[in-house]
Design a protein around this ligand. Structure first.
Ligand code: MF3
Ligand code: CO
Length: 267
């Protein structure tokens, strides 16, 4: 329960450390991206990720977090988030996979995520990815000091709502710092001008989880894997940003992985 916890504001020095942690995640997602293709085992991707994180003298934030067993969350197709790579899991043409990565360096966490298409995906799935990413970019645009978390949630929800996508409500973005999950919660729904106000010194992760069909989800018996009830695909993108008195800066970046997969990314 985060209810009684306060928002932890960061110093300039903390921001610098957060940027270095985010950089490790950026490099790791790019490294994992090189291996995303039909036939690759998920456990291999996890190994690539963990090795890259440790090569940068960082620690995988997820591994051991409340007992989570892997270094990455690898969520394929109808898995929304927190997919655990298991023996025998292999990517196939037409899949989508969200690769969520966290790295702890010098006391601060980096945490962000990208959903990749594996080979050729259906047009409706390609659009789901594109529009989910767009909802995140629009949310970032309103994530400025003085606005509220309700403005962020409203932006995501209203943008994807026009396509009749589902917004997962049970999970949300978060503040981040010395702990991977800090206040405030950043829900992907909300009302404008409501909720916690964004202020200089905050570092937050915005992470829309958007479904092609119904927003209803369930958790598997492993206690982690979150799937859509209708087994339609879900997309998940996450960026990490800092709110400063000079404006908002996105400290996560897809630019490195974009060089690998040949896309152009705003951040
Ligand atoms: N990006 C995810 C989140 O913000 C990562 C948590 S996965 C866990 O919740 F395994 F570490 F729990
Ligand atoms: Co997160």
């Amino acid at each position: 329960m985060t209810m009684f916890r306060r928002i932890k504001y960061k110093s300039e020095e903390d921001f610098e450390k957060l940027k270095r942690s985010a950089h490790v995640v950026a490099v790791t997602l790019a490294e994992v991206a090189k291996h995303i293709q039909p036939g690759v085992p998920l456990l291999y991707l996890d190994q690539v990720g963990e090795t890259c994180i440790r090569d940068h003298h960082a620690i995988p934030s997820f591994k051991g977090y409340e007992g989570y067993p892997a270094s990455l969350c690898l969520s394929v197709n109808d898995v929304v988030v927190h997919g655990i790579p298991k023996q025998g899991d292999v990517l196939k043409d037409g899949d989508i996979i969200s690769v969520d990565c966290g790295a702890l360096l010098d006391g601060f966490h980096g945490d962000f995520c990208y959903t990749f298409a594996v080979g050729e995906v259906k047009e409706e799935v390609r659009l789901l990815l594109e529009r989910t990413k767009e909802s995140l970019n629009r949310a970032i645009a309103v994530a400025i000091a003085g606005n509220t978390v309700g403005d962020i949630g409203y932006t995501v929800e209203s943008y994807v709502g026009q396509y009749n996508y589902g917004v997962v409500r049970e999970l949300c973005g978060h503040g981040i710092g010395r702990d991977m999950h800090e206040r405030p919660d950043i829900t992907n729904y909300g009302r404008p001008h409501t909720g916690d106000r964004l202020q200089p010194g905050m570092c937050i992760c915005i992470e829309p989880m958007i479904t092609l069909g119904s927003r209803k989800i369930y958790m598997e018996n492993d206690g982690w894997t979150i799937r859509t009830q209708d087994h339609k695909p879900a997309a998940h993108y996450e960026h990490q940003l800092i709110i400063t008195d000079k404006g908002t800066e996105v400290i996560s970046t897809y630019k490195l992985l974009a060089e690998v997969i040949g896309t152009t990314e705003l951040y």
